[in-house]
Design a protein around this ligand. Structure first.
Ligand SMILES: *[C@@H]1O[C@H](CO)[C@@H](O)[C@H](O)[C@H]1NC(C)=O
Ligand SMILES: *[C@@H]1O[C@H](CO)[C@@H](O)[C@H](O)[C@H]1NC(C)=O
Ligand SMILES: *[C@@H]1O[C@H](CO)[C@@H](O)[C@H](O)[C@H]1NC(C)=O
Ligand SMILES: *[C@@H]1O[C@H](CO)[C@@H](O)[C@H](O)[C@H]1NC(C)=O
Ligand SMILES: *[C@@H]1O[C@H](CO)[C@@H](O)[C@H](O)[C@H]1NC(C)=O
Ligand SMILES: *[C@@H]1O[C@H](CO)[C@@H](O)[C@H](O)[C@H]1NC(C)=O
Ligand SMILES: *[C@@H]1O[C@H](CO)[C@@H](O)[C@H](O)[C@H]1NC(C)=O
Ligand SMILES: *[C@@H]1O[C@H](CO)[C@@H](O)[C@H](O)[C@H]1NC(C)=O
Ligand SMILES: *[C@@H]1O[C@H](CO)[C@@H](O)[C@H](O)[C@H]1NC(C)=O
Ligand SMILES: *[C@@H]1O[C@H](CO)[C@@H](O)[C@H](O)[C@H]1NC(C)=O
Length: 589
């Protein structure tokens, strides 16, 4: 293992023409080699097998400048298939490098290699990368930093920037976890939250506290925290005692500076905040706390990780004084998430990123749960009965994820018969009172709405179509929020609201002036979000909730965006180094 990591590190981050790029001139080619392998790690008195890149947890940070080309050689030393997705990268005309397993490529088989090559243009801030097959992304993930050309930020240049990766520690093998969830078993939980891979001192092994993430700061300096939620399960609240934040970016775009003492980050989101080290030099706790809806929703344990902000010059033991800990909201209070997300606005550009004012296609996606009969039974007892498997749906379709072909490849080859259809409904087939809480068991209403089915239903769009989607979170069987992520695109978040979307009155609340541009929208619990985008990037683009259990349960689809009229508006053929499904071997994780 030692040898492997060292070799990998040597290959890592070969930066060609980097000087030219730093001077604000020619773009650079940033090249990495990611060796994905197994590793043992011991936490909470137990040694567990995990999956990592180049021996690192979190994985290596990719650090580039807007305009650069990125080349990543992925070497798969796992006994499982693997893909890596570059979360939030627009992949303009490079859908082949999106890395969504069985959507844009077949997984890299054990022992196989793959090259991802793409340009990054017009995005700046923080994104991330992660495995996009099974649950491996819990540990196969890292930050993706895009710096502005010439180092020009719309705020004073921070002294240092620090990725803050909020994740989870799983004792259960992640491949086994995936297998169990596919069988409809959702009883497994992580043991702890993590900050940059550390469980923190609230967890212990026989009384010995776990290591905490420590951020060393110098009084008077300002730090750019690049906060990413890579967790499979939960949205997190993040605070540092005695400090406030100025939120300046999200998902690779600048925001209007927004002052707050707490950041809310849902799985899939990346939030950039400035933190001034302006407190008396001492030690301060940082806390990441998972939230969840209260009962009657099914409950999971409360996950928390605690880290430390440590000022230079402060004494080793904080002069024997207690270390201040931030006051966190109740884990069952989801309102701070709603306020945080709805209060953010984009930093207005006079001539870029204009909101499409006309709409060609209007979609309304109701996001909920349902159930299918176990085995081959046509009918079965509903209402949390062992005869059913609980699944997740969009407009009453639970996505059947392909397991032996790539949607993009078959679409490109014109051989789609038997693999998918293009008839995902634009609206819920049977409208109901989406946010009625008596739809949550043991409420009386859910049984009639519960039956659903699995199918690979996609939605096709012509090139240059202006699309509006209303995402409606429902209370069908549970009342979770839904962080919806679209590959290959950013959408304007025009508004969010609580309760059922009202098409007569709610459009009056739309922000056309300076909405956030996001690849992931946190659709509030029993609420809605309205987004718009123009289909300017041809290809096959996965759309899914970023809660891992919701993906596996089927809250997903893919958007086909047709080619435009010219080569510049069309998806090129797969690059020469791209391995087709046959060539790559059809691997089932
Ligand atoms: C992890 O530990 C197990 C049990 O001690 C051992 O068999 C295995 O080789 C170790 N794996 C790695 C990658 O070191
Ligand atoms: C990236 O940009 C370069 C220069 O414009 C172009 O030659 C190349 O084809 C682009 N690569 C991809 C993968 O789009
Ligand atoms: C250690 O973790 C394994 C799974 O990796 C689990 O089966 C076992 O029960 C755990 N042991 C203890 C003592 O918690
Ligand atoms: C260690 O953790 C357990 C729960 O896992 C807790 O009951 C106990 O109080 C902790 N002990 C110390 C010394 O922190
Ligand atoms: C912004 O947050 C505050 C609470 O911090 C809340 O009262 C207000 O309603 C929020 N604004 C919007 C537009 O949601
Ligand atoms: C199928 O239905 C029969 C009759 O209702 C029932 O006895 C059996 O348990 C069901 N099978 C499964 C897998 O739920
Ligand atoms: C691929 O999977 C589909 C179901 O997802 C199945 O109908 C088809 O027979 C499979 N094809 C092969 C070649 O295994
Ligand atoms: C929908 O359900 C909510 C919550 O139970 C209730 O307040 C509301 O009146 C219902 N709306 C309609 C149109 O029935
Ligand atoms: C979904 O469709 C099934 C019929 O296929 C129906 O019984 C059920 O009520 C529908 N549920 C919803 C939420 O539309
Ligand atoms: C896209 O459509 C708009 C009108 O909706 C038109 O003004 C624009 O030229 C089109 N762009 C392309 C690249 O076709």
């Amino acid at each position: 293992m030692e040898k492997l990591s060292m070799a990998a590190t040597m290959f890592c981050a070969v930066v060609l023409a980097a000087l030219a790029a730093a001077a604000g001139g020619e773009a650079a080619v940033v090249e990495h080699t990611f060796v994905v392998h197994e590793m043992n790690q011991t936490h909470l008195c137990n040694t567990t097998k995990i999956y990592v890149v180049n021996g690192q947890l979190p994985g290596p940070t990719i650090d580039i400048t807007d305009g650069d080309t990125v080349v990543v050689h992925v070497i798969n030393r796992l006994p499982h298939g693997l893909t890596i997705h570059w979360h939030g990268i627009r992949q303009m005309r490079s859908c082949w490098s999106d890395g969504a397993g069985f959507v844009t490529e077949c997984p890299i088989p054990p022992g196989g290699e793959h090259v991802y090559r793409f340009n990054v243009t017009g995005q700046v801030g923080t994104l991330w990368w992660h495995a996009h097959v099974t649950c491996l992304r819990a540990t196969v993930a890292g930050a993706f930093i895009i710096r502005p050309k010439g180092g020009r930020y719309p705020f004073p240049t921070p002294a240092k920037d620090v990725p803050i990766i909020i994740g989870e520690w799983w004792e259960l093998d992640l491949v086994e976890l995936d297998r169990r969830m596919h069988d409809g078993n959702f009883d497994d939980n992580p043991l702890s939250a993590t900050i940059n891979g550390k469980l923190g001192d609230l967890s212990n092994c026989s009384g010995k506290p776990e290591e905490s993430f420590v951020l060393d700061v110098v009084r008077g300096k300002t730090y750019l925290l690049r906060i990413v939620n890579t967790a499979l399960f939960s949205e997190y609240y993040f605070k540092v005692a005695g400090h406030t934040f100025t939120v300046v970016g999200a998902d690779g775009y600048y925001l209007t500076p927004y002052k707050t003492d707490m950041v809310t980050v849902a799985p899939g989101e990346a939030i950039d905040v400035l933190m001034a080290a302006d407190a008396p030099p001492a030690h301060y706790h940082m806390v990441a706390l998972a939230n969840q809806p209260p009962e009657p929703d099914p409950q999971i344990p409360g996950f928390v990780s605690r880290g430390l902000v440590r000022y230079a010059g402060s004494s080793h033991n904080n002069n024997g004084l207690p270390v201040p800990t931030p006051l966190m909201p109740s884990q069952h209070n989801t309102m701070p998430s709603y306020y945080f997300h709805s209060n953010l606005t984009g930093l207005a550009h006079p001539d870029r990123h204009r909101v499409p004012m006309h709409v060609d296609e209007r979609l309304f996606f109701a996001l909920g749960l349902g159930s299918i009969c176990r085995g081959t039974n046509k009918t079965c007892e509903r209402g949390r009965s062992p005869e059913t498997i609980v699944v997740a749906t969009m407009n009453n379709v639970s996505f059947r994820h392909p397991t032996n072909a790539s949607l993009l490849e078959r679409y490109y080859d014109g051989q789609t018969s038997g693999l998918y259809t293009e008839d995902l409904p634009d609206h819920p087939p049977h409208p109901y009172n989406y946010t009625d809480r008596s739809l949550i068991p043991p409420g009386p209403l859910e049984k009639a709405l519960e039956p659903t089915f699995k199918a690979t239903k996609l939605r096709r769009f012509r090139y240059n179509t202006s699309v509006e989607i209303i995402f409606q979170s429902t209370a069908l069987l549970q009342s979770d929020s839904n962080p919806m992520h679209l590959h290959g695109y950013d959408f304007f978040v025009l508004a969010t609201g609580l309760g059922n979307y009202n098409p007569k009155t709610d459009p009056k609340k739309f922000n056309y002036h300076n909405p956030q541009l996001r690849n992931t929208v946190q659709v509030p619990r029993t609420g809605w979000a309205a987004v718009r985008f123009v289909t300017d990037n041809p290809g096959m683009w996965y759309l899914h909730c970023h809660f891992e259990f919701h993906i596996i349960m089927g809250m997903a689809t893919a958007f086909i965006v047709e080619n435009g009229p010219t080569p510049e508006t069309s998806l090129p053929p797969p690059p020469p180094e791209f391995k087709r499904c046959g060539a790559n071997g059809l691997t089932q994780p």
